[in-house]
Design a protein around this ligand. Structure first.
Ligand code: MV4
Length: 599
């Protein structure tokens, strides 16, 4: 933990406004680190929370105070409301920053903390609820004259409704889950003959994912770009837009690269989209930082939904506007009015963010690659920023989002920014886990990306990743480093964490290195010869591929698990007969849960 020299409490050179005294960050990884940094600059004390696996994580090391939540999985730790509420009490934090994911869009959590007189750094629970429901979010935009893709806000009950819509608007048609989101359960109807099947499978999937089977429809845009507007709104009725981000380079709803501004967007579209986003924000009483998502195709934009949180890709907006969005969030949440207007917002140059995940993109597979980061060399130089959640020696756990960090690069124009991003990626060297860097390089070097002719379909349908190799070098067992003499350790006293340093003789076994990742993953593979088929991470079962009595081979898929927005097959560890199947599609499972037994 750092000790801050100087006086505690918010200070702003040149004025005497007060924000918060102590902010609890209800998150982990890079976003927790990002928030801690902004708080430190503002003179606000920080409180980290941590799971058992994160006792020594970077966000914990950087915060002024840190408290154990207990547990390993997100559900047992970062999503344990009671554990977080009691940490708020113990630490006397006066505000909570939720980061993204976890409790960031959870209205019940917001009510629970505000009931205790603690401020939530985000919008009101009512706004979160309106935007969390697809149809009410669509109606909220419609009310202020902002149009979604042509469609209906009625539930589909009869195939005839879809046939009539197709006759009027044409095909393809998207059938979506009314209480869904994230593209899950969306079905595309290409012509009249496919209506019945699409309705049936959309309802089935909506039920499996969201436990409600109401569906509605829209015209389906075949190759749109994903353009989103960053907004800031204060509690005094002021709202501004801070330009847009293009997030079209995505795979299975997982964004890979984002940029600002959106390339080749006509200025009048940019302005109209910004004004539409502000209208939506003001219309729903929005406060704090938010993002309004649009699809852009053939010169027209269509409202999609509003994200009521700070987003992963917020730094590209920071680089082109010069504004610190987390600082703005704290000021807004503490009741300050925005101290600038729309006319003061200028966009300079171009920014690109590359998400660096611990996933192996070899052959386009993007398989999770948890493990210890043996070494981490970061790029530097003009226009280069790295927002990371880990340092060398830290462990990427299978239980959480595997984002190692984000490389965010500024250039005076898009070409400069692309070249600089490639240069910076070339300097980066991560050992011990595979990373998405080879796929990021393939995207940035591709003529379609450079010409900005790509759409949201491009990575999945056009980009050929079959030649992309793994970033992990199998000959490198990570054992070539000398052990360090000083050891920094943490002790926990009554659930509160303290850092201590001890110096140990180099030669004692206590100073020995942790086993290398390759050895440990070998051991993990050894365990999988058991007849109990377990899931490697928390998620939702979307398909069960075997039934009791089936014979399976070792390595054969038993079910499909959706986790971290990706489909993962869960394979049998040994050959034999299936004697038990313990899950159904739609079931939520936690890491280590047994889905089937093979005898
Ligand atoms: C669409 C669409 C095309 N037409 N709706 C996917 C996530 C969810 N938020 C909405 N999504 C889409 N809705 C109509 N009427 C295409 C997508 C879509 C998409 C949207 C944004 C970013 C990436 C995407 C990838 C595939 C599909």
């Amino acid at each position: 933990m750092f000790s801050l020299v100087g006086v505690r409490g918010a200070f702003h050179p040149g004025d005497d406004r007060e924000v918060f005294t102590k902010v609890l960050i209800a998150n982990r990884g890079e976003i927790a680190v990002r928030v801690i940094r902004a708080c430190r600059e503002m003179g606000v004390a920080t409180v980290a929370v941590y799971s058992d696996l994160d006792r020594d994580a970077l966000h914990v090391r950087l915060a002024d105070e840190a408290y154990a939540l207990g547990g390993q999985t997100a559900a047992e730790s970062y999503l344990d409301t009671e554990a977080i509420l009691s940490t708020i009490d113990r630490s006397s934090a006066d505000a909570v920053h939720p980061g993204y994911g976890f409790f960031s869009e959870n209205a019940d959590f917001v009510r629970a903390i505000t009931d205790r007189g603690v401020t939530f750094i985000g919008p009101s629970p009512e706004t979160i609820e309106v935007m969390g429901d697809k149809i009410s979010a669509r109606l909220a935009a419609e009310q202020v004259g902002v149009h979604s893709v042509p469609g209906t806000t009625d539930f589909i009950t009869e195939p005839e409704q879809v046939r009539a819509f197709g006759a009027e608007h044409g095909y393809p048609i998207a059938i979506k889950a009314a209480y869904g989101g994230g593209g899950r359960g969306m079905k595309v109807v290409v012509d009249e003959t496919a209506i019945e099947d699409a309705i049936e499978s959309a309802q089935r999937e909506a039920m499996a994912y969201f436990a409600r089977d109401e569906i509605y429809m829209e015209r389906y845009l075949t190759a749109p770009r994903h353009v989103e507007i960053q907004v800031l709104a204060d509690a005094h009725g002021n709202a501004v837009y801070l330009g847009e981000r293009d997030c079209s380079a995505q795979r299975r709803h997982q964004k890979l690269i984002e940029e600002a501004p959106a390339p080749d967007l006509p200025d009048e579209v940019r302005t109209a989209m910004g004004e539409a986003a502000v209208a939506v924000a003001l219309g729903c009483g929005y406060t704090n930082a938010g993002t309004v998502e649009f699809l852009y195709e053939d010169g027209e934009f269509h409202y999609l939904e509003m994200n009521t949180r700070l987003q992963v890709e917020h730094p590209v907006t920071e680089l082109v506007t010069g504004l610190d969005l987390v600082e703005q969030q704290l000021r807004i949440a503490s009741g300050e009015p925005l101290d600038f207007t729309q006319d003061d917002v200028t966009i300079s140059g171009h920014a690109i963010e590359v998400r660096i995940n611990a996933e192996d993109p070899a052959g386009g597979a993007f398989l999770p690659s948890p493990g210890r980061i043996d070494s981490l060399r970061l790029p530097d130089g003009f226009g280069v920023r790295f927002d990371g959640g880990y340092e060398a020696g830290d462990e990427i756990s299978q239980f959480y989002d595997n984002l190692i960090g984000k490389l965010v690069v500024w250039g005076r124009d898009r070409d400069t920014a692309i070249r600089r991003t490639l240069r910076a990626l070339g300097e980066m060297d991560i050992r011990g886990v595979a990373t998405t860097i080879p796929a990021d390089v393939a995207i940035l070097e591709h003529p379609d990306f450079q010409a900005a002719t790509h759409s949201t379909k491009w990575v999945e349908e056009t980009l050929d990743l079959s030649d992309v190799g793994s970033s992990i070098d199998p000959s490198d067992d990570g054992d070539d480093e000398e052990p360090t003499v000083r050891k920094d350790m943490s002790v926990e006293v009554d659930g509160k964490r303290f850092s201590v340093s001890i110096w140990v003789p180099e030669a004692t076994p206590a100073a020995g290195r942790a086993p290398s990742r390759s050895k440990r993953s070998g051991a993990r593979r050894g365990e999988s010869g058991s007849g109990e088929v377990t899931v490697p991470m928390q998620g939702t079962i979307i398909k069960v591929l075997v039934a009791v009595g089936d014979t399976v081979e070792a390595g054969e898929s038993v079910c499909v698990l959706e986790a971290m927005k990706m489909e993962n097959t869960v394979a049998a560890g040994k050959s034999g007969t299936v004697t038990e199947v313990r899950v159904l599609p739609g079931d939520s499972v936690g890491s280590g849960d047994i889905v089937a037994v093979v005898d």
